[in-house]
Design a protein around this ligand. Structure first.
Ligand code: 13P
Length: 335
């Protein structure tokens, strides 16, 4: 097995998942503002440190995705945040995209930006000890969209990112997300997800990406946020496993889901239903940002004396989702 495949296998270690901690500072500030808290000079550093240094997090978490900003920061004692993750027994990952920008000639559609200079940035991250990377593209469902153009353009960006990541010895996680926003039905989400995943794997093939050393970060097949009829847990699990079976080669070691704005308990229940009821050729686990960070942020509120309360809340959500990744979660365990 190549090093890339070894890293990918470690990331999908049984009963573990990934913490997406790759929000930039302004994003954290916005989330705190919703709780009437104004972020200070060290808030971003302290939040990342809280997440990354949570005691025993490695029982449930195999990897943590960082924003490039976090790789430049150190704790008060002068330890780099990358080393905080490594010393916690967890693989550090990087999210090197510079964000989503309007796709020229495609009103209402976006494309991921940040490929320029990526080879050099990956070399720098590899030197720091970064083991994996993640790139998100977002496909919106709306009036007349998505277009084949947007789907293909994003698939190509993901594939170029993945090829560059592997060249640096860093395992890529490709994240072609169908967004939750909109009033579309669960069936429409299924169709668009199938289309997007087909194009993504075609592009990975054309770009000579080694599938054994790649993970897929997928959306679950859910009803649009504003759809009057919301699919139940069993339907979401069934359609999600089915769309993956139609599109994802068994050579991919694992699918790690985004939470996409789902409620915390829904993200956990959906993952659990898939693992409890279906046999799949790939591991199915979590790579949540909001569904892991929402509760810890409420508990912490940027207060030094609530640091460990934030860590306890993270540990709890990570553990619930680790159980869901083997189909052993139940609502009673939440109490
Ligand atoms: P959510 O789980 O909040 O959708 O985030 C996933 C992600 O990839 C963040 O980078």
């Amino acid at each position: 097995m190549s090093t890339l495949a070894d890293i990918a296998q470690t990331l999908i270690t049984k009963q573990k998942g990934i913490l997406a901690g790759d929000q930039p500072d302004w994003h954290l500030a916005e989330r705190l503002k919703a709780h009437d808290i104004t972020a200070g000079d060290n808030t971003y550093r302290d939040w990342c440190n809280l997440l990354f240094s949570t005691p025993n997090l490695s029982d449930d978490v195999s990897g943590i995705i960082m924003h490039p900003q976090a790789t430049e920061l150190s704790t008060e004692d002068g330890k780099s945040l990358v080393d905080v993750i490594i010393d916690n027994g967890i693989y550090p990952g990087i999210s090197p995209s510079t964000g989503l920008v309007p796709l020229a000639g495609a009103e209402g559609e976006v494309v991921g930006e940040g490929l320029d200079g990526l080879r050099d940035r990956f070399a720098k991250y590899a030197e720091m000890g970064v083991k994996f990377s993640k790139w998100r593209t977002a496909i919106r469902i709306g009036d007349g969209i998505p277009s084949e153009y947007a789907i293909s353009a994003n698939a190509y960006v993901l594939a170029q990112f993945a090829a560059l990541s592997q060249e640096a010895g860093i395992v890529p996680i490709v994240e072609p997300e169908v967004e939750l926003l909109g009033d579309h039905t669960v069936e429409t989400c299924f169709e668009v997800t199938e289309w997007l995943l087909k194009r993504t794997f075609e592009a990975l093939y054309l770009h000579r990406v080694e599938l054994e050393g790649t993970l897929l970060k997928a959306n679950m097949v859910v009803s649009g946020k504003d759809c009057p009829t919301q699919a139940d847990v069993e339907t979401v699990a069934d359609l999600t496993v089915n769309v993956l079976k139609r599109t994802v080669p068994p050579a991919i070691p694992g699918v790690v889901f985004l939470s996409g704005g789902q409620a915390d308990d829904k993200a956990t229940a959906h993952l659990n239903a898939m693992n409890a009821n279906y046999d799949t050729p790939w591991a199915l686990t979590f790579s949540y940002a909001r569904a892991l960070q929402r509760k810890p942020l409420e508990a912490w509120q940027d207060k030094a004396d609530k640091f460990s309360a934030g860590q306890d809340a993270l540990k709890h959500r990570a553990h619930m989702n680790a159980l869901a990744s083997v189909g052993e979660w139940s609502e009673d365990l939440e109490k």
